[in-house]
Each structure stands twice: as structure tokens, then as C-alpha cells.
Write a protein that binds this ligand. Structure first.
Ligand SMILES: CC(C)(COP(=O)(O)OP(=O)(O)OC[C@H]1O[C@@H](n2cnc3c(N)ncnc32)[C@H](O)[C@@H]1OP(=O)(O)O)[C@@H](O)C(=O)NCCC(=O)NCCS
Length: 206
């Protein structure tokens, strides 16, 4: 079986000196806090955000509607699921307009006061307006409220938009990982390099 490997950055931010300011959205957008009846809506926004992008191709579950539903169920089914760090953004400029689901983020907590961002996604039609930044900030606020001191996440090295978003918010790379695309398991850089000829160039990281 042919497998591929992907370079990922593990990034971290210290929450201890961050202030608790409310996160504002552009006009016409508003927050939806987590409720279990929103599970499928989160899954569908996740799918629409990822399906045409790098991570939707790297991770098959993110590139498929059913995969995103399964992933959402797996995240919210964890004892460590953190509703305070789980949000949707909707667009509804007028009260009688149908709301459009635009963005999603989910969080879980880990031992040692660590929050972990699972997936942030904004659908293509609503990108470049600050929603991705607002979603991450809102999740960080939720982690602070849940008593977390740091927050971590993982991002594909070639996902320039996401890496720049996290760096601009103060996340720093603390580890470089190589993952098997089929199993998600980590491997050493040497093992990953042995598969380099099988790496699709634009997915291989720098
Ligand atoms: C990454 C993503 C969430 C960004 O959402 P967005 O709403 O467009 O981002 P914002 O408008 O809040 O941009 C915030 C910052 O991100 C960075 N950024 C966003 N899009 C970028 C792009 N195309 N190229 C480079 N940097 C980009 C910039 O630093 C930007 O700050 P600036 O506007 O001051 O330059 C969105 O592109 C997305 O959903 N991608 C597909 C899913 C995905 O890969 N998620 C990340 C998984 S780890």
C-alpha cells in the first residue's frame, strides 16, 4: 500500500497574560455558542471549509461530509470536550434573512491546564474578513474561562494561511512532526524522507 507523509507544526500559545476582552465580529455576523443540536451544522461548515483546501486533501475525513460528521461526534463525545472553546459564526445582516453558517471551531482540554484547538474553518465565500482570527481568539477566551494556561494546535506546514493566522496571534512552533496520512501516526523525519518521492510536492511542507 502506498502511504504518504505530511509535515505538521505543533504550535503553542501562553494564555496566562492574555486579557479577557470580548471578541467582536464584522457587521452582520454573530456568534452561536455550542449546543448539541448544532452538531450537524458544525460538521457541514467544517466540510465546506476544508473540502477544497489542503487539509481536506491531506485528511480524507475533512474532505468528506460524512467524515466531518463522524469527526464532530468524536470530538464532542470526549469527556474533555470544551463547549466554551467551541463556536460557530453565522452571517445574518437582517433579522428576516436566512442565516448563513460561515465558520466553526472546536476545543478540548488536556491535562496540565492545556487547551487544544481541533479544527478552525471558514467557508471560502466569507474568508479574508477576520472571521478565522476571531474564531481562534474566541476559542482562546473559552479556554481561559475554563482555567487553561496554554493552548496547543497542529497545522500542516504547507497551510500558509493557517500558519500565518496562528503566528499573527502569538502561537509559536514547539515541535515539527511527520504523520502518516492513512493512520495519522507519527514517524521520524528519516522515515518520512524515505517516502519523499511519493509526496505530492505541494503537500510536502518546507
Ligand atoms: C485558515 C482560515 C481559517 C483563515 O480564515 P479567514 O477568515 O480567511 O482568516 P482571517 O481573515 O481572520 O485572517 C487572519 C490572518 O490569517 C492570515 N491569512 C488568512 N488568509 C491568508 C492567506 N490566504 N494567505 C496568507 N495569510 C493568510 C493572515 O495573517 C491574516 O491576517 P491579515 O488579514 O492581517 O493579513 C481559512 O483560510 C480556512 O478555513 N482554511 C481552510 C481550513 C483550514 O485549513 N483550517 C486550518 C486548519 S489547522
Amino acid at each position: 500500500m502506498t502511504t504518504t507523509a505530511y509535515k505538521r507544526f505543533r504550535m503553542q500559545i501562553d494564555l496566562k497574560r492574555r486579557s479577557l476582552k470580548p471578541v467582536r465580529l464584522p457587521e452582520g455576523y454573530r456568534w452561536l455558542p455550542w449546543r448539541s443540536l448544532l452538531l450537524e451544522r458544525h460538521a457541514q461548515v467544517k466540510w465546506r471549509s476544508f473540502r477544497e483546501d489542503l487539509d481536506g486533501k491531506v485528511f480524507s475525513c475533512l474532505g468528506e461530509s460524512a467524515g466531518c460528521t463522524a469527526l464532530m461526534k468524536e470530538i464532542v463525545g470526549q469527556a474533555a470536550f470544551c463547549p466554551a472553546a467551541t463556536w460557530m459564526v453565522i452571517y445574518q445582516p437582517e433579522p428576516d434573512w436566512p442565516a448563513v453558517d460561515c465558520g466553526t471551531i472546536q476545543g478540548v482540554t488536556r491535562s496540565g491546564g492545556m487547551g487544544s484547538i481541533q479544527n478552525v474553518g471558514v467557508i471560502p465565500e466569507h474568508r479574508g474578513l477576520g472571521l478565522g482570527r476571531a474564531l481562534v481568539q474566541q476559542a482562546l477566551l473559552g479556554f481561559i474561562q475554563a482555567g487553561m494556561g496554554i493552548t496547543v494546535l497542529e497545522v500542516t506546514a504547507d497551510n500558509i494561511a493557517a500558519v500565518q493566522l496562528y503566528q499573527s496571534l502569538g502561537f509559536r512552533t514547539i515541535q515539527v512532526l511527520y504523520r502518516d496520512s492513512s493512520t495519522g501516526e507519527t514517524m521520524t523525519e528519516v522515515e518520512a524522507e524515505s517516502r519523499i518521492s511519493k509526496w505530492p510536492r505541494r503537500l510536502s511542507g518546507r
